[in-house]
Design a protein around this ligand. Structure first.
Ligand code: KMH
Ligand code: ZN
Length: 313
């Protein structure tokens, strides 16, 4: 068994860069909305919030550090939740743009994507007829020809920058080869154990989201990284979100919900807030496994975090 815990860490991924405003009127857009949603998710039981930012006028994902500053300082003023910033960014952002949030704000945790891959959101094209903003359709269409770039050289730079700034990487693994890449970086001394792995399931271009897919990912990590050397969580796209969370909770892992990954609360019903999803997964994990949600400080201990995010970034 990986160092599994009785307490379960719930992460809420608040807005992301995959969904667009037309897909849900509840997607947080402005810095105020993103911070409010993050604080609400924390109050509902999330120990960690994963943050992307969007242009407040159009809702388009951006790497603007001024917007990150507003969101991070607002959250920090109002909550003790662990802040996890994206370094995956969104379609069309450069590696440099994606990484700058790390040295600028030194968040406690940041995502770290474990390999280059296709990352397709284009299946949404068949679901939407009229788009609210002109950028949305070309953005989604561009994913058909998009390579999410995380080369070995990029990953070495991410390791160095996160290490120099005392930021714990959350290793986003979308396929089994990404677990091999994590092992390589550990063996090279670029990543220190225990690492925290996020198994990201159901992305077009990555592994699927069945229980078997999750078990495959976990067994690969057990064999390659070693059960005692990592903690883990699952983030699954769309309708696989809650079923994957229940499987992960049963296997001793942690869970991620949020509108970044899934816009719905149940079949056919849009989630109105991130906190609704946090409440639901908290209930499911407890009812199915008896595991209670970790507080931010309990999560800090479970993830071996060294320090808190500075109060005013
Ligand atoms: N968007 C998710 C599929 C990141 O932000 O770096 C994974 C993610 C990666 O959250
Ligand atoms: Zn993200």
């Amino acid at each position: 068994m990986s160092p599994s815990s009785d307490k379960i860490i719930i992460t809420a991924a608040i807005t992301g860069a995959v969904h667009t405003p037309t897909m849900s009127p509840h997607l947080p857009i402005t810095p105020e909305q993103i911070a409010d949603e993050a604080v609400g998710a924390a109050e509902a039981g999330a120990a960690m919030v994963h943050i992307h930012v969007r242009d407040p006028e159009t809702g388009k994902p951006t790497s603007d550090l001024g917007l990150f500053r507003q969101v991070l300082s607002d959250i920090r003023d109002r909550s003790d939740v662990i802040v996890n910033t994206t370094t995956g960014g969104g379609l069309g952002m450069t590696v440099h743009e994606r990484l700058m949030v790390v040295p600028t704000f030194k968040p406690e945790v940041a995502s770290f994507n474990m390999g280059s891959m296709n990352f397709g959101s284009y299946p949404y094209l068949s679901k939407v007829k009229e788009w609210k903003y002109s950028w949305e359709k070309p953005y989604i269409e561009s994913s058909r020809d998009y390579i999410f770039k995380n080369t070995f050289s990029d990953m070495e730079q991410f390791c160095k920058t996160m290490h120099e700034n005392g930021v714990k990487p959350e290793l986003e693994c979308y396929d089994i080869s990404h677990v091999y890449n994590a092992k390589r970086l550990i063996d090279e001394g670029r990543l220190r154990t225990p690492v925290h792995i996020q198994f990201v399931l159901g992305i077009t271009g990555g592994i699927g989201a069945s229980a078997g897919d999750l078990v495959n990912m976990k067994q690969s990590a057990d064999a390659l990284v070693g059960e005692a050397n990592y903690t883990w969580s699952v983030a699954a796209a769309g309708r696989f979100q809650f079923s994957s969370c229940v499987t992960a909770a049963s296997l001793g892992g942690h869970v991620r919900v949020g509108l970044e990954d899934n816009l719905y609360i149940r079949k056919g019903a849009l989630a109105r807030t991130n906190s609704e999803q946090v409440e639901k997964v908290k209930m499911l994990a407890y009812e199915v496994t008896g595991r209670e949600n970790a507080t931010p400080d309990e999560a800090r201990a479970l993830l071996s975090l060294e320090r808190r995010t500075a109060k005013h970034p």
